[in-house]
Design a protein around this ligand. Structure first.
Ligand code: NDP
Length: 242
């Protein structure tokens, strides 16, 4: 049985999908650590907390290895049950126009972050012989015009997920990835109306997903009911990519 007193870390959780994941995990009875580079995250954690569960906010730039090591030096060996590597950004433009800075920022935030955060906690998870890692990829991992940087990072996450699933299964640590399609968050709010309409037209369910739809999938992957699921890609895209 999972002890619900254990903690789950969720990166990029001050808003959007990460915030919805935290809300859901709190409702599920977990304690959470919300990580974001927005300094308001401690405040957000205070507001999200309900009942006896703890919620704390940690300000950290997850794209930076040293920031992660420093931000969590007091947490090492803590009772960490789960990691949700959710933080991500996009800097969309055609490859011919893409600058090194746009490439670098997306790869560091969306892919290096997954290494940086997982690295901090993996030894204690192995010692506990228990844990769940959920990595948030994207339907764009298969390639998408204007997203060479983002697609490369999100495809990298899948290789990472499947490798950890193979390496860590023997320690009772399950590693899976979520593949969101088009979800309504501040990240997608800036998508122009005509492009949004084109996306909706491609989705068999004919509507944009909600952050809560992704949060429900994460909740399942943190739950005892998913104990035999390891190395899976859970699609939350309404059928956008089949
Ligand atoms: P949002 O931009 O709405 O939220 C992302 C959060 O991550 C923000 O709070 C942001 O902080 C934080 N963040 C960004 N960079 C860092 C960093 N270096 N260190 C710490 N925190 C950081 O994005 P979404 O909620 O839409 O996306 C969440 C994840 O889901 C991302 O990985 C994204 O790629 C993925 N995804 C989203 C889809 C969608 O349709 N929305 C579709 C497919 C995948 P701040 O507010 O300060 O910028």
């Amino acid at each position: 049985m999972i002890s619900l007193s254990k903690k789950i870390i969720v990166t990029g959780s001050n808003r959007g999908i990460g915030y919805a994941i935290c809300k859901r995990l709190i409702d599920d009875g977990f304690n959470i650590i919300m990580v974001d580079y927005d300094s308001d995250v401690a405040n957000t954690a205070r507001k999200i907390k309900t009942g006896n569960n703890s919620a704390e906010g940690v300000v950290c730039d997850v794209s930076d290895y040293n920031s992660c090591q420093k931000a969590f030096e007091n947490y090492k060996g803590d009772d960490i049950y789960g990691i949700v590597n959710n933080a991500g950004i996009n800097r969309d433009t055609l490859f011919k126009n893409m600058t090194y800075q746009e490439w670098d920022a997306v790869i560091k935030t969306d892919l290096y972050s997954v290494f940086n955060i997982t690295k901090v906690f993996i030894d204690s998870m192995i010692k506990n012989n228990c844990g769940r890692i959920v990595n948030v990829s994207s339907a764009s991992w298969q390639g998408n015009i204007g997203q060479a940087n983002y697609a490369a990072a999100k495809a990298g996450i899948i290789g990472f997920t499947k490798t950890l699933a193979r390496e860590l299964g023997k320690y009772n640590i399950k590693t899976n990835a979520i593949i969101p399609g088009f979800i309504k968050t501040p990240m997608t709010d800036s998508v122009p109306e005509n492009i949004r309409e084109k996306f909706i037209d491609k989705i068999p369910l004919k509507k944009i997903g909600l952050p809560e739809d992704v949060a429900n999938a994460v909740s399942f992957l943190m739950n005892e009911k998913s104990k035999y699921i390891n190395g899976a890609l859970i699609d939350v895209g309404g059928g956008l990519v089949l």
